[in-house]
Design a protein around this ligand. Structure first.
Ligand code: XUL
Ligand code: CO
Length: 444
């Protein structure tokens, strides 16, 4: 089989901060032991199939710019799918990251009817299994594309037409089984079309009930086939629809609670989705971790000047460090990881650009990880937070939280004990300085 990424002749390796080689990691050192565990096993990095191999570099105004011969019109679709997979596994192996993620339609083309679509998927899952066996690359998560085909224009699970719901259910059944067969660590549902374009034609509560029914069916099937991975919902506030029901982590959390799905689904938090929702990535991660729904991360970044999902490679240690501080402060990943849901800019047309994007993003992530672990080891934030809330461990805090307390009993205490709270500094600037000092210190 012909090599595709011919400029990259050797696998990308860790060469340390002083290397001048653009095709080397400066910080990401898979074997480095941090807090008793290899860096690779902490970070669980995955490359996504869709942006890297299944997207030609098109946008709403322009055609594909990228060199992806398997996407050329007129090719034999199954041969093209195998060629695409050869290039993908060549890339994963040369980059040296342990995982990948895919949608059903990324790896196998639609057939003339659904029976043929399923048989295409099975054939390509066989081919994927061979490739995984040959290279040792593993599957972080699989998912179903329930948004590209016109049949899903009005939604998948939330479509007003139950036939679209049924079709989506069929697709998830096969994608979940494919994920299970490939030893996937988890399974993702991103509800790209689960929302509305206009309220004029929408029964909002009906659609929420449909979505909950769908998720219960998926959870039941997961148990039935013995899939031990976690199920993730990926929140996003809008795009492609005007409003998406899985708006952000707090919205998903409320939905899971309302429909008795807590413990079945966790969240896959994407950096650029968090910022689209008007939050920071740090906010979304902290909300999920503290409420027990954190699962996985789609690593990328947005552009502060425009309001859509630009899916750029992460390049800000400042942005990632604080979120990683929350993730690893709570013990890190169970079945999730860092999936690079990232795409090249349309003008990045050299094949090797895909390496540069991933190398920079992975080094940024690794650096943020080291800073976060340093902050955790020194208890910089954890101690400041603990001290700030220490009153709640005292007699008054314990009384307020106990079943014995009432508004009356608390009011009496204020009078009897002469309670008169003194304002205390939040020390925000001091903490900001400490974070910056940890970032500036040489961690690598
Ligand atoms: C879209 C998005 C998807 C999901 C998988 O914004 O993030 O790529 O990650 O369907
Ligand atoms: Co994503």
């Amino acid at each position: 089989m012909a090599e595709f990424f011919t400029e990259v002749t050797d696998p990308i390796r860790y060469e340390g901060p002083d290397t001048t080689n653009p095709l080397a990691f400066r910080v990401y050192d898979p074997d480095r032991i941090v807090a008793g565990k290899r860096m690779e096993d902490h970070l669980r990095i995955a490359v996504c199939y869709w942006h890297s191999f299944n997207w030609p570099g098109s946008d709403i105004f322009g055609d594909g710019t990228l060199d992806r011969p398997w996407l050329a019109p007129g090719a034999d679709e199954m041969a093209a799918a195998r060629q695409k997979m050869d290039a993908a596994f060549e890339f994963f192996s040369k980059l040296g990251t342990p995982y990948f993620c895919f949608h059903d339609r990324d790896i196998a083309p639609d057939g003339a009817d659904y029976r043929e679509t399923v048989s295409n998927l099975h054939a390509m899952v066989d081919y994927t299994a061979e490739k995984m066996e040959q290279t040792g690359v593993k599957l972080l998560w699989g998912t179903a594309n329930l948004f590209s085909h016109p049949r899903f224009a009005a939604g998948a699970a939330t479509n007003p037409n139950p036939e679209a719901f049924a079709f989506a259910a069929a697709q998830v059944r096969h994608a979940l089984e494919a994920t299970h067969r490939l030893g996937g660590s988890s399974y993702v549902l991103w509800g790209g079309r689960e929302g509305y374009d206009t309220l004029l034609n929408t029964l909002m509560k009906h659609e929420a009930d449909q979505l909950a029914r769908f998720l219960h069916l998926v959870a039941e099937h997961k148990r039935k086939i013995g899939f031990g991975g976690q199920l993730f919902i990926e929140p996003k506030p809008q795009e492609p629809t005007k409003h998406q029901y899985d708006y952000d982590c707090a919205t998903v959390h409320g939905f899971l609670e309302r429909y008795d799905l807590l413990g079945e689904f966790f969240v896959n938090i994407e950096v650029n989705h968090a910022t689209l929702a008007g939050h920071s990535f740090h906010h979304e991660v902290k909300y999920a971790v503290e409420n027990g729904i954190f699962g996985s991360v789609d690593a990328n970044r947005g552009d502060p000047q425009n309001g859509w999902d630009t899916d750029q490679f992460p390049n800000s240690v400042e942005e990632l460090t604080l979120a990683l501080h929350e993730i690893f402060g709570a013990g890190g990943f169970d079945k999730g990881g860092f999936n690079f849901d990232t795409k090249l800019r349309r003008q990045s047309i050299d094949r090797t650009d895909l390496f540069h994007g991933h190398i920079g993003g992975i080094d940024t992530l690794a650096k943020s990880f080291l800073v976060a672990m340093d902050l955790l080891a020194k208890e910089t934030l954890t101690k400041a937070r603990r001290d700030r809330y220490a009153g709640w461990k005292g007699d008054l805090g314990a009384h307020i939280m106990s079943d014995d307390a009432s508004l009356e009993s608390i009011a009496d205490k204020v009078l009897d004990e002469g309670i008169d709270p003194e304002p205390v500094s939040g020390r925000q600037e001091l903490l900001e300085n400490e974070i910056n000092r940890a970032i500036w210190a040489d961690q690598a």
